[in-house]
Write a protein that binds this ligand. Structure first.
Ligand code: COA
Length: 168
């Protein structure tokens, strides 16, 4: 088997992305159109982990505003003017293909942010993945009531995290 590699996502990858999302996030379902919109608005932020057995993972990211958390399964409508972060909406890889693979996707996103004049990466950590993101330079933001309300659709334990690219 050839080594899994990240490549830009294409519209024809949507069915595979949706199938992986449904398998990995059964408790956090999102409509295919919601995922498709992110790919349309920011194709450069969306990648798939490809193998000769097909797609085994994906990552979706887009420019956004810090502390504004898009509701799960909601349309973005449009990207904000003057975005001050690149928001990693989701990264998911089938269990049998895991083992340090997210790092290369994050490196791609970091390059995209820098090329776009954006100095911060943002994400919502779920499923206790906070230590994983901390190892990649993200720091948890202490959530006040407003941030907690925005995190509600992401389930218990969801943590908003930021990574300052100037610091790393
Ligand atoms: C996030 C993800 C893409 C990372 O893949 P990866 O880069 O191959 O990394 P791994 O899965 O090997 O995990 C790296 C480390 O984080 C740990 N980790 C991963 N998920 C974890 C979890 N839910 N809880 C605690 N630790 C976790 C792993 O045990 C591993 O630790 P180690 O390096 O000490 O062995 C993959 O774990 C995944 O698809 N998870 C399910 C979806 C998900 O949680 N996405 C992130 C949403 S914010």
């Amino acid at each position: 088997m050839s080594k899994p590699h990240w490549r830009p996502a294409r519209a024809s990858d949507l069915a595979a992305i949706g199938a992986i999302a449904a398998r990995i996030h059964p408790a956090l379902p999102e409509r295919a159109e919601v995922l498709a919109e992110k790919m349309r608005l920011c194709p450069d932020g969306c990648g798939v982990l490809d193998t000769d057995q097909g797609i085994v993972g994906y990552g979706l990211a887009h420019p956004w505003m810090q502390y504004r958390i898009p509701p799960l399964d909601g349309f973005l409508q449009e990207l904000p003017d003057g975005a001050d972060c690149l928001y990693v909406h989701d990264v998911a890889v089938l269990a049998e293909f895991r083992g340090g693979v997210v790092r290369a996707y994050v490196a791609d996103i970091e390059k995209l942010a820098r090329a776009s004049g954006i100095a911060t990466l943002a994400l919502v950590s779920v499923y206790g993945t906070r230590p994983l993101w901390e190892r990649m330079g993200f720091l948890a933001v202490t959530a006040d009531a407003e941030l907690r309300a925005k995190l509600a659709s992401y389930g218990d334990g969801a943590t908003y995290m930021l990574r300052d690219l100037a610091a790393t």
